[in-house]
Design a protein. Structure first.
Length: 133
């Protein structure tokens, strides 16, 4: 049980290494993520329990894909759980984009607390002969 909780990182390692501190109050977690590669794309699945699709912010900043998910803690009201599998907090994750990803065609869908990012690959160019004049 203790091992599971230690895997949930409070801040992205890059933020800690760069000295950046979040300015929003509350806990932030790195969501559990699975990445699957197909011939044409990368599929990124992120677990964000309790995050509404309207509260997911995804942006691309200088080849850095930033994903933030905000929890509406007011929905829990005055409830005080006696046992909890996960902590309540916001989620954040950053991915450095390769030049093999077509950044203009990235898509996102949210279903039952799981965010799916589709990162299409840039089609490989066919070899081309160059005429010498």
């Amino acid at each position: 049980m203790a091992e599971e909780k230690s895997e949930m990182v409070v801040q992205d390692k890059k933020e800690v290494a760069s000295g950046k501190e979040p300015t929003m109050p509350g806990k932030k977690y790195v969501p559990y993520t699975d990445i699957v590669e197909t011939e044409k794309e990368l599929l990124v699945y992120m677990d964000m329990p309790g995050v509404d699709r309207k509260k997911v912010d995804i942006r691309l900043e200088k080849n850095l894909l930033v994903v933030d998910g905000q929890i509406d803690s007011q929905t829990y009201g005055d409830l005080k759980p006696i046992y909890s599998e996960y902590n309540i907090g916001h989620f954040t994750r950053r991915f450095e984009m390769s030049n093999k990803i077509d950044q203009s065609k990235i898509e996102a869908r949210m279903n039952d607390g799981v965010l799916l990012l589709t990162l299409p690959k840039v089609p490989e160019k066919e070899p081309m002969a160059i005429q010498v004049n």
